[in-house]
Design a protein around this ligand. Sequence first.
Ligand SMILES: [Zn+2]
Length: 362
Amino acid sequence: MLAAQSTIKNRTDGAATTCQTYARSLNEGGPKIGQVRERAINILNEVIPFRRVASSHTCSVSPCPSCLEPHLPSIIDALEQARPITFVLPAFPGKSPNKAKVLGVLPDMAERRSLEFLAQLCERIQKFHAPGARIILCSDGRVFSDVVGIREDDVSAYQQELSQIIDELALTSISTFNLEDVFAQGDFVQMREALMSQFGVSLEELKEKIRKGGDSSAALNEQEATQMYRGITRFLFEDSVYEGQLKSRTALQKESRNKAYEVIRRSNAWSELIAARFPGAIRLSIHPQICSSKKLGIRLISNESWMTPWHGVAVETDEGYILMKRAEAEALGAQLIYSSQGRPSHYKLSGHLSLVAERSSR
Ligand SMILES: [Zn+2]
């Protein structure tokens, strides 16, 4: 209760109505319901330090009640039914095709650290709720591999290796879910067609939503669509800028914007399918989220604010691992470390994490 009360007190930007409603709802139904909500808030507060919030938002410093509210019903249900709290995370699509960013097509130390971090989040929750939590990684690689330029075979190999790492590290709270788990018939092209015909929206509809979302007075889902569009365009542009690329930056930017629409159309269809398949799960996202969003933006490594394991390499420093682009690690003179199977695994660099991060961002 203390945490919730202090959060409400800290809120000063005109959310009085929300706070009153929130405080009232804490007490509605008597002390028992209040206690369950309090436990749910405590559980959510274990995840909140690692959330990703849109940087322009006031809630990026400390969460307001509206930041927490969308996620509480799922946690309360799990508490009342004494079952694990379920999170779904569309992520881990496959390694970026840009060799200046990654070490190869297979998961490496970057994914290992991230999987361990996500499993640790589940362990933290278990201290408050004995049935614990589970995170289902809903790999979206198969959903848009043809748009972002990842080979089908590479997606398959990446998925297989990811499952092997989960088994090897005995991360029982982490599991995977792929497009081929839903559509058993046909090839991957047909699976994607089936996904889009059942859950997709038209390109025109999406473009209109993203156009509207650039306005700060736009509806929440429109603003979210625009945020996502900008983030994905940036990833796609970065992935297309590599040594030997003959197209101009302007041409690549235009291409990235067009591809981003299709990636989002596919991602949204995948999200709809996941929501239908896992009702009651909390929807995590690798993208920063705005206040009141039904999605909870999440970091993939505790000390990492934006890089993902599949867009970078793990660099071991004196204070732990950080992620950065392969070219950046090499420019810093980091030493390449191989796995016990003889595959490139990660880099090692002497120095404190903050200094390394500062050097890599120059
Ligand atoms: Zn908020």
